[in-house]
Design a protein around this ligand. Structure first.
Ligand SMILES: [Ca+2]
Ligand SMILES: [Ca+2]
Length: 557
């Protein structure tokens, strides 16, 4: 059945990866152009839940034993990394999140090192229920979580809701604040802008892909369909993911069939903001085609000359006058051949609050100068140059959220209407705090209708600016993710890899119970990323996996 509406022309340099059992019973990773041409099988021994690095330089996936693999987008440099479930890449390009029991760690694909970002236990309100991180916003401020937290009714930061399984936003700067997005699963954030997406489980043609503005967490009034089709019209939508250039969404949809590998899911492409019926078809095969990712740009290629890679590629600070955040570091790496030349850092003269220094030949340190901080959101752009290197210079966007403990900037207090849109009911705490002001949110966080991120953003259409790395160096203790997500973090011990995650992963092998392979929990990297908040025992987690699959996908009438 063909789409009902005219569809946009897929990007000529767009690429999609996904998992499919089209050639044999085992799922493998496939790659194609965004128009569905040039389908290439990428794996031979099983491949599930592939995730593409924001700059395109790596693909990570797992097999049905929860062994994590890395490969280049051309299939080269295939290697195993660890055991667990890859959940998502951080938009700052620093690595990908892996769930290992209740521990969530950031893995650096170049150094192969891991560092703990957080534990389920860091979020006590989720004790006794499920906690499934699906994505992080582009500034690493908000964690998007699927959970049963609201199952019997719960009052979070934006009010009381009841929903069996729901998509939630957790403010990592105020971990006690949980916001309800909607009933259903798969919360996901684009690489820029202030939208979140998820699968609405109780909308007119559910499941559908809905969006909401983060500036609107308090009222949810911007909650609206991004993609919505009737089931019979290939409208059983799941797993929305947004391209690195923030223009395209890929997702999987069936014609109403629900339960995983036995269903003919196909991959679909949608242009963001083009209306809920706009789409084009990427795959058309009777097998299961699911968990797509899209990358727009030239495919990664090995080069002989030096190529500059910065990890992370952007920084966010959240500051209160009583607790100046720790300095953060960015590593300059050589993702090409030869030897990388000297690194030159050019600070932003309009940002006196930011002190940028070179700690050593490849490490840049970013610190805040409290005396120069004023209340609100501030942006800076630091330029990193390496003569003779591909991708140089690189502009690094730095964002500062300064809370109410700082003075207002020159010009005085904002209008009374510019209260913290995210939590107006908590004005004692929130007024003027780091969440976007209602009056400036649109400007600060462009909706992806814009063809390119605003000038202060990294140009995500220029993957060569942040190529791949030779593998030298180790992550610093002060990088953004660690500083903001888990200040008390330490390296995860191998014992943190609990039996539960791999066991749950085996649900997706397609054998056994009717729920095996159901997209929500078993076969993909999203909703069922991890089964946290439960005792470290295999059996309950395994059973929970079945329950989640049922809940997340069976919100039928
Ligand atoms: Ca639908
Ligand atoms: Ca199919």
């Amino acid at each position: 059945m063909l789409p009902r509406s005219a569809s946009a022309v897929p990007p000529a340099d767009g690429w999609v990866i996904w998992q499919s059992n089209r050639q044999d019973a085992r799922h493998e990773v496939y790659r194609a152009r965004a128009d569905g041409s040039e389908i290439t099988r990428m794996t031979q021994t099983g491949g599930l839940g592939p995730f593409w690095a924001p700059d395109g330089r790596w693909i990570v996936y797992r097999d049905d034993a929860s062994i994590i693999y890395l490969m280049r987008p051309d299939g080269s440099e295939l290697q195993t990394l660890a055991t667990g479930w890859p959940c998502f890449w951080l938009h700052d390009n620093s690595g990908f999140m892996v769930a290992q029991g209740s521990a969530f760690s950031l893995y650096d694909p170049e150094t192969k090192e891991a560092k703990l970002l957080f534990h389920t236990e860091d979020f006590p309100q989720f004790a006794g229920t499920t906690f499934q991180p699906n994505a992080m916003t582009h500034d690493n401020r908000y964690l998007l979580v699927g959970s049963h937290l609201y199952m019997t009714g719960y009052t979070g930061a934006n009010g009381f809701f009841t929903s069996e399984y729901s998509s939630l936003v957790v403010d990592l700067f105020h971990k006690d604040r949980v916001y309800f997005v909607g009933s259903g699963c798969w919360p996901f954030s684009p690489p820029a802008g202030d939208l979140v997406f998820h699968i609405c489980a109780n909308c007119p043609t559910h499941p559908d892909i809905y969006r909401m503005s983060l500036a609107d967490l308090a009222t949810r009034s911007s909650y609206a369909p991004e993609v919505a089709h009737e089931d019979a019209d290939w409208g059983h939508e799941y797993n929305p993911r947004v391209s690195n250039d923030n223009r395209w969404m890929v997702y999987m949809a069936s014609a109403g069939c629900h339960d995983g590998p036995g269903c003919d899911y196909d991959i679909w492409l949608h242009e963001l903001g083009a209306g809920p019926s706009e789409r084009s078809r990427v795959t058309q095969d009777p097998g299961f085609d699911g968990y797509p990712q899209i990358y727009v740009g030239p495919l990664w290629q090995k080069v002989s000359q030096p190529r500059l890679l910065l990890t992370p590629s952007r920084l966010t600070f959240y500051a209160g006058a009583d607790a100046t955040p720790a300095a953060q570091t960015i590593k300059a790496k050589n993702s090409g051949g030869g030897t990388l030349g000297a690194v030159l850092v050019t600070p932003d003269p309009s940002a006196p609050w930011l002190d940028v220094r070179q700690a050593d030949a490849s490490t840049m340190t970013f610190a805040l100068l409290s005396d120069f901080i004023t209340r609100g959101i501030q942006h800076a752009t630091v330029t990193v140059t390496v003569d003779g290197a591909l991708g140089s210079p690189v502009s690094v966007p730095v964002t500062l959220y300064a809370d109410e403990s700082f003075p207002y900037p020159e010009g005085g207090a904002p209008d009374s209407g510019e209260v913290d849109a995210a939590a107006p009911q908590e004005t004692e705490i929130d007024s003027g705090a780091g969440t976007p002001d209602a009056g400036t949110a649109a400007e600060t966080f462009p909706y992806p209708e814009a063809d390119a991120p605003q000038s202060s953003e990294v140009d995500t259409t220029a993957p060569q600016a942040i190529g791949l790395d030779s593998g030298a160096g180790t992550p610093d203790a002060g990088t953004a993710a660690e500083t903001f997500l888990h200040p008390e973090s330490g390296a995860p011990e191998s014992s943190n890899v609990e039996a539960g995650a791999p066991q749950a992963a085996r649900l997706d092998s397609g054998a056994g119970t009717p729920d095996a392979g159901a997209p929500a929990v078993s076969a993909g990297g999203g909703c069922g990323c991890a089964l946290g908040g439960m005792p470290r025992a295999a059996a309950p987690l395994w059973m929970l996996g079945l329950a989640l699959a049922a809940v997340c996908l069976r919100r039928r009438r």
